[in-house]
Design a protein around this ligand. Structure first.
Ligand code: GMT
Length: 378
């Protein structure tokens, strides 16, 4: 195969709000802009996937609800659709994001195809597919099997590579390709956005996540409850899930005037440009895309020193890292950035240049293209 040949690439990901879906969708858009033909295969159109865009196609997977099954099955119809799209569009590559069940479905789809119809399968592990499901005896062996059968495996951080070896016992090659983010063009100005949110001269702290247990929203709220003075900040939470279960804690901690919650936000960049500081209190993160999003807009984050976060944030240079589980230390770090405007600006500028130098589409997308093309050499 000619090294510069344009490829036909299938991408499967979770289409709803979540870092792995965002990365997969953005990667697909970038690949299409570079001339490749990209076929998304999932149960819903990924929420950031534009319509009517050259070289981008979406193939929905229909899931029937049979009374016979107590639990609906997605893996089999997904694998059938993957085989159909591979056959009909002569896919070169099938790139699956998040192993469960996508990698297993991809391997199964390959068994349904003649040898000359089979795409090369690239599996990208994103986080809990290793750290949580990899430990589960009901999933671990299936994940190991799918990784072993994949033509290439990538992880989004060095940390996740090490964990994949340790937790799943996968010994084959793993390429670390970090996540990427390029700031878009917000549709509203920073001032408009802050007015709309009711944020005045206070420092706007942003927390954006799916609110799953590992994000430790309890710790996030405990942290902001300890920031003094209370009038110095507003915390905007962009929730990729219902915030309702945390409402009692907001009242208990007397944070009603400090917290603004928005659920299922699609115009992320509008909020990012309005922010000043990011705040992440996670127990574990393979990478933490929302820190990178904040960095791309020139905002430093205060975050816990866990998992792959130190690969994204250089402590004292592009943000501040604090040991996990200590709301007092987290609050002191946030106060430092609230009070010291110069420090905030210096860290923010370094964060932005690190984001461009290490984690931009121009740096990362060619690494995926190279990996795809490497599947056809030798
Ligand atoms: O693994 C998950 O819990 C879900 C996944 C997602 O789809 O958001 O998050 C992981 O992948 C992101 C994108 O690569 C990373 O930024 C997150 O750090 C990672 N989450 C965890 O490791 C908990």
């Amino acid at each position: 195969m000619n090294a510069e040949r344009l490829l036909k690439i299938g991408i499967t990901c979770y289409p709803s709000i979540g870092g792995s879906g965002v990365i997969a969708t953005t990667l697909g858009k970038e690949l299409a802009q570079r001339g490749h033909e990209v076929h998304f295969i999932s149960y819903e159109r990924p929420f950031r996937l534009p319509t009517n865009t050259p070289r981008i196609h979406f193939h929905p997977v229909a899931i029937n609800d049979y009374g016979l099954f107590k639990y609906p099955d997605y893996t089999l119809p997904l694998s059938v659709k993957m085989a159909e799209v591979s056959r009909n569009h002569q896919l070169d590559i099938l790139h699956v994001h998040y192993a469960v069940p996508h990698a297993t479905a991809a391997i199964l789809s390959r068994c349904m195809l003649l040898p000359e119809q089979q795409p090369k399968i690239v599996t990208t592990l994103h986080g809990t597919d290793t750290t949580l499901l990899g430990r589960d005896p009901g999933y671990g062996p299936a994940i190991l099997h799918a990784l072993t059968q994949s033509d290439a495996v990538t992880t989004v951080s060095d940390y996740l590579k090490i964990e994949t070896r340790r937790v799943i016992g996968f010994e084959g090659p793993i390429e670390v390709i970090h996540n990427f983010y390029d700031p878009g063009s917000p549709s509203r100005s920073r001032a408009e956005m802050r007015r709309e949110l009711g944020v005045g001269d206070e420092v706007m702290i942003l927390h954006s996540s799916n609110l799953r247990p590992t994000k430790r929203i309890d710790l996030l709220l405990e942290t902001v409850a300890r920031i003094r003075p209370r009038q110095s900040f507003k915390l905007v939470i962009l929730a990729g899930g219902s915030f309702e279960p945390f409402s009692d804690d907001v009242h208990r901690l007397g944070l009603e005037d400090n917290i603004i919650v928005r659920e299922s936000v699609f115009d992320m960049d509008d909020y990012l440009q309005a922010a000043d500081i990011g705040l992440i209190t996670s127990e574990n993160e393979s990478f933490c895309l929302s820190i990178l999003e904040a960095m791309s807009f020139g905002h430093p984050s205060v975050a816990t020193r866990v998992g792959g976060i130190p690969e994204v944030v250089k402590d004292g240079v592009t943000g501040l890292l604090v040991p996990f589980g200590d709301p007092d230390q987290l609050a002191r770090a946030v106060e430092k950035l609230i009070q010291n405007v110069t420090l905030r600006e210096v860290l923010g500028l370094s964060a932005k240049s690190q984001a461009q130098e290490k984690f931009s589409a121009d740096v990362i997308v060619p690494r995926y293209e190279k990996l795809y093309r490497a599947q056809f050499t030798n």
